[in-house]
Design a protein around this ligand. Structure first.
Ligand code: FES
Length: 615
């Protein structure tokens, strides 16, 4: 039996047939995976998948739902889509979605085009009674000559890949011009040469939250465009641990794999369309991502990454057939998965290191990529040590009651003007939640004006009486205890629990920095530069980050914001084999420090839980 579910979202109305007893979340995700926010992967833990039941029959709230929603919310029809089940026809209202603002720009530098993957246009000679050599030998000889003329004799292939043999037999029988895709010592595909054929590549930053693809011309190095979207695997959870759990069954793994490969394929297709190219012009896709994301793209079970000793199935650079991974492009398009350092310091960090040139830089620099995991590298051309801290998704908006990603309407900056706390929102829209940079600013302001003390406790009634009335009026009671309202009219606040979640996250990152510097035997004053990478790092106010103790105050004037370094590194590796080899060199220069087994990390973590005293 099925029921009719009518879904309102702003001015959009949609009707869906839903199996009797089915979860609202499953029905919504079938229509559009970005429909509901599901940071915990639909396990009824995060309370983020809120929808409003306007009318109709839906199962009664169970104990978990009653815990996550206040009585007022329940009586207003607010329900959790992953727990509520349909028991008859119903009408629901979805909050209007903000548009995600995703950072695609990174540290750009001029790159000389010298790609590993090439489209070689040749005309293999026909065989004759005088030359009865096989098609493969004649093709390889003519390709070697052409590459030598182009100044890249070392790229001459040694064999034709098994998958390209049908093309070999079909297209190398006479004096016909063919385009051969060559990479990694092999001819990957052979096809008749099309008029106007181009050689294009895509560099992919495959993040847990977002996916950014940039199209480049492999002949000139010119950047032709970029596209980004929220990662299509998000309905399975906000962080790598929930994704790993979702991939435990073969069906779950396949579902995650196919979602991400089709998403990259469709972004790449949109980019080639926009640039007036054909999908067959795409011959290389270079992917930087954390180790779990690369496993999921490859269809390799990532479960061992979540268990001690956190061993991934693979870390080295791989050159695969893009078609075998479900990606778009020329039949011989190569997919290059960049190398990673460990289960939690992945190819995204290696690509970022290459993009900023840390592996060949003089002096000693810190490189921080802040996301659901805080990945940290420290060093320079003398060597790099790196670690990952389980910061949790608080700075990505998950685990915070009114938390949200970097979408329109998110409070992204908070400051104080006299005795009034002010804020701005992304897209200058009415506030709908608080994103990571807003959370850090708000904490810094609350600490400065004593709404929160150094232990992270929200001021009580007695303490509030001592504050200016505008500040005292911000304190209130939320569904789960004391809160500080930023926008009382819209019900946007930071709760005591949110302050604790942010304390845990910032303590993990600060303790990671302390531990790396201790391992290196270097004081914080001796650090020359602090590179901040990632979308969150780019929005971060450095003064606020040092005020709450997330970043060392001594380095405030040495911070360099580098944006999407991982995407810039992936694109550079696509265009230049020197940069691609740099990824291997950078990976070899990195040694991984496992924090979970270090008592000094645990001590630093406890110490860093407190907020710093005001200066
Ligand atoms: S509570 Fe429903 S997705 Fe987390």
């Amino acid at each position: 039996m099925t029921y009719n579910l009518k879904v309102f979202e702003g001015r959009r109305i949609e009707e869906i047939e839903v199996e009797a007893g089915g979860r609202l979340m499953d029905a919504l995700l079938k229509v559009d995976p970005s429909r509901v926010d599901t940071p915990c992967g639909g396990k009824g833990l995060c309370g983020k998948c809120r929808i409003k039941v306007v009318s109709g029959r839906v199962s009664a709230p169970n104990e978990r739902e009653s815990r996550l929603l206040s009585a007022a919310e329940l009586s207003a029809g607010i329900r959790l889509a992953c727990l509520a089940r349909l028991e008859g026809d119903a009408v629901i209202d979805l909050p209007e979605r903000g548009e995600a603002s995703i950072l695609s720009a990174g540290p750009e530098s001029v790159i000389v085009a010298d790609p590993l993957v090439r489209l070689v246009a040749v005309t293999p000679p026909a065989s004759s009674l005088d030359d009865q050599s096989d098609d493969e030998a004649r093709l390889l000889a003519v390709i070697a000559r052409k590459l030598s003329e182009e100044g890249a004799p070392e790229l001459a292939p040694r064999r034709v890949a098994f998958a390209a043999l049908p093309g070999l037999a079909r297209h190398c029988r006479g004096d016909q011009a063919v385009g051969a895709v060559v990479a990694d010592g092999q001819v990957l595909a052979i096809a008749p040469l099309r008029a106007g054929a181009r050689a294009l590549g895509v560099g992919v930053d495959l993040g847990t939250t977002t996916v950014v693809c940039r199209l480049v011309d492999l002949g000139t190095g010119e950047r032709l465009g970029s596209r980004s979207e929220l990662n299509a695997q998000r309905p399975f959870g906000a962080d790598v641990i929930t994704r790993i759990a979702a991939a435990e069954s073969p069906e779950g793994l396949e579902s995650l794999r196919s979602r991400i490969s089709s998403q990259i394929a469709s972004l790449a297709r949109a980019l080639t369309d926009e640039s007036g190219a054909t999908p067959e012009d795409l011959i290389a896709i270079t992917v930087a991502g954390n180790t779990t994301m690369l496993h999921l793209l490859a269809g390799a079970p990532p479960d061992a990454i979540a268990r001690s000793p956190f061993t991934p199935a693979f870390l080295g650079r791989r050159v695969e057939s893009a078609a075998a991974l479900g990606l778009a492009g020329h039949p011989g398009c190569a997919a290059i998965l960049l190398p990673g350092v460990s289960g939690y310091v992945g190819a995204d960090i290696v690509a970022g290191i290459v993009a900023i040139g840390l592996h060949e830089a003089k002096g000693r620099s810190l490189f921080l990529d802040l996301g659901t995991n805080g990945e940290i590298a420290f060093g320079g051309k003398a060597g790099i040590i790196c670690c990952a801290t389980a910061a949790g998704p608080a700075f990505e908006g998950a685990g915070i009651e009114m938390g949200t990603g970097g979408v329109t309407g998110a409070i992204d900056a908070v400051w104080i003007d006299g005795d009034t706390v002010c804020f701005s929102t992304l897209g200058k829209k009415p506030a709908t939640g608080i994103c990571g940079s807003g959370l850090i600013d708000a904490l810094a302001v609350f600490l400065d004006c004593r709404l929160v003390d150094e232990t992270g406790r929200v001021a009580d009634e007695d303490e509030a009486r001592a504050l200016p009335p505008t500040l005292a009026a911000m304190i209130g009671e939320g569904p789960r205890g004391p809160v500080i309202f930023l926008d009382r009219a819209r019900g946007i606040y930071l709760s005591q629990g949110d302050v604790r979640a942010a304390q845990l996250a910032k303590a993990a990152i600060a303790a990671g920095i302390d531990t790396l510097l201790r391992v290196a035997g270097v004081g914080v004053g001796e650090v020359d530069r602090l590179y901040l990478a990632g979308g969150f790092g780019s929005l971060l106010d450095v003064r606020s980050a040092t005020r709450i103790g997330l970043l060392p105050a001594e380095l405030a004037d040495r911070v360099i914001v580098v944006g999407n370094a991982s995407g810039a590194g992936a694109t550079a590796a696509c265009v230049s084999r020197h940069r691609l080899d740099d990824c291997d060199r950078a990976r070899a220069a990195c040694s991984y420090v496992e924090l979970s087994s270090r008592p000094d990390f645990n001590e630093a973590y406890v110490e860093r839980m407190m907020f710093p005293e005001p200066e």
